[in-house]
Design a protein around this ligand. Sequence first.
Ligand code: ADP
Length: 194
Amino acid sequence: MRIVFIGPPGAGKGTQAERIVQSYRLAHLSTGDMLRAARDARTEVGLKADQYMSSGQLVPDDVIVAIIAARLSEPDCRQGYLLDGFPRTIAQADALDRMLKRQGTRLSIVLELAVPEDELFKRLADRGRADDKPEVIRQRLVAYRNQTAPLLDYYGKAGLLSTIDGLGTVDEIFQRIRAVLDEHSPSPSGRGQG
Ligand code: ADP
């Protein structure tokens, strides 16, 4: 399965992503984790990205698309992958479409983890990561609303979108995700692409 996982900051995407990749044996491609690793290693890309991340803004599309293009060509992605935090803009989604076309593959499903904004703000304020200061949180929510939420329409029109209610316990939410993914996983014997 090739899955795109979309959700606002604080939705609990990271927690659920871990469970999904373990259960379905998928490569986990988290752009947030990749950028933080690059920043901590003080690479050129990492230091550039940090200027955006620390103010709650999105890193420029060309930077992130180059990172993902390289990562998608690694062998572990052949068994399927979960894209966590990418795409986050329409331009990134278009770039992903082109990469998939070149590889002769397509997405299996796009999962949206939906949580109301007032709940997100509460959760993020409790979390205490370096980019979780109130002004930065607000900016990240704005970036989500303006730049990422349009993807829901984009993938909805493509018939790929499934929305998961992100309120409840971690287990409850994971059961909802499993129910949707189990409908979409290719049959064990099948080579037929769906
Ligand atoms: P969140 O908690 O908001 O889901 P992430 O760990 O996914 O955070 O990402 C942290 C930061 O990394 C974002 O606020 C953004 O600056 C940057 N980032 C991650 N993925 C992308 C992307 N696909 N495009 C642009 N910037 C990104």
